[in-house]
Design a protein around this ligand. Structure first.
Ligand SMILES: Cc1cc2nc3c(=O)[nH]c(=O)nc-3n(C[C@H](O)[C@H](O)[C@H](O)COP(=O)(O)OP(=O)(O)OC[C@H]3O[C@@H](n4cnc5c(N)ncnc54)[C@H](O)[C@@H]3O)c2cc1C
Length: 313
């Protein structure tokens, strides 16, 4: 019977959503006969949020974010408990700690995992490589740390109260880093992660002046305009509107992709949208591989026409 340890991520005093996703992935990976052990560096009062785990191991601490300390404590917890698998979110925090902890405790390290399933006595995982251009199917030996990307697990399945056994794990690593402060970027802009409908523009929009046609369509739809990175790099929209690997991860009901090719770094931020509609002059654009509906048209012709038709209806 296998044990999967879930690294419970805490950021700015809150348990991150990815933690609940990982609890779901862990349960599906080890089954009901296996053990899901959640491990977090957090105040004891937060442990009850990890109710879907069979057991919770906590290193009580304040909520200051010191990556060096976190990585060293995780390594010590792994060494103490020797779980078969360790699941860490493929997030900024997860990336800070997972590889160090794996190396330090002699575990294998598998990054960008977008799926894991039992096979024979072990497991296989799908790992995104080359920035997501290819997927490698790899055997997962016992004693592996996996960095799992968002969207693999169902957070609702992993969230819930319960009465897991709680254990305090005392760790006092030697740390050279000192916490100075935690700063979130100031934003007076809309939050694109909270929108039902996004009208997203890519390099195909051609020129800053054309952004207006997307804004008009968004106005008609009650939507917000977001963008791929080149549009933000060109300064046509603020960084807060960028979707993708180095932008925001969005999950709207409708995602209209206008003149966006569908590079892996962009797809990483929007592939979980409920309905993806792509408009692109190139019928072979990769965005069409994941779009539910596709329009092969010049967006500069199509979008104003669509706004007009919607206004009339
Ligand atoms: C580490 C790293 C992080 C990155 N992070 C991000 C990120 O967070 N977000 C992101 O988006 N990218 C990111 N990128 C960049 C990414 O690799 C792509 O370069 C980028 O997504 C391409 O944007 P695009 O689709 O708008 O442009 P392009 O790839 O140039 O595609 C433009 C598309 O518009 C179509 N088109 C042209 N004219 C028209 C027209 N008139 N009507 C209709 N269609 C038209 C073309 O056929 C083409 O498919 C990152 C890259 C790296 C290396």
């Amino acid at each position: 019977m296998a044990t999967a340890m879930v690294f419970a991520e805490v950021l700015d005093g809150k348990v991150s959503e990815i933690t609940f996703e990982l609890l779901d992935v862990a349960r599906r990976t080890v089954g009901d006969s296996g053990t899901v052990l959640a491990f977090g560096v957090m105040p004891e009062s937060m442990g009850s949020q990890l109710g879907k785990a069979d057991a919770v191991l906590l290193t009580p601490s304040g909520t200051d974010y010191v990556p060096e300390a976190l990585a060293k404590i995780l390594a010590q917890a792994i060494e103490a408990k020797k779980p078969d698998l360790v699941l860490v979110g493929s997030t900024a925090v997860g990336m800070d700690v997972a590889t160090y902890a794996a190396c330090k405790s002699g575990y294998n390290s598998i990054a960008y995992v977008q799926g894991i399933a039992p096979e024979g006595d072990g497991w296989t995982a799908q790992s995104l490589i080359l920035g997501g251009k290819m997927v490698a199917t790899v055997s997962v030996p016992q004693f592996s740390v996996l960095q799992v990307v968002a969207g693999v697990g169902n957070a609702d399945q992993g969230r819930g109260e319960g009465s897991p056994a709680m254990e305090v794990f005392t760790a006092e690593p030697a740390v050279r880093t000192e916490f100075q402060g935690f700063a979130l970027p100031e934003s007076t802009d809309v939050d694109i992660t909270k929108q039902d409908v996004l009208v997203s523009i890519g390099r195909g929009i051609g020129d800053k002046d054309n952004v207006e046609i997307a804004e008009e369509l968004a106005g008609v739809l009650g939507a917000v305009v977001s963008a791929s990175r080149p549009v933000v790099d060109a300064g046509w929209l603020p960084k807060s509107r960028q979707v993708g690997k180095s932008g925001q991860k969005v999950k709207p009901k409708v995602y209209l992709a206008l003149g966006i090719s569908g590079a892996p770094e962009h797809l990483e931020g929007m592939r979980d949208a409920e309905c993806i509609i792509a408009v692109n002059t190139d019928p072979k654009a990769p965005i069409f591989d994941i779009a539910h509906y596709g329009v092969v048209e010049d967006l500069l012709d199509f979008v104003p026409l669509l706004s007009e038709q919607l206004q009339e209806s």
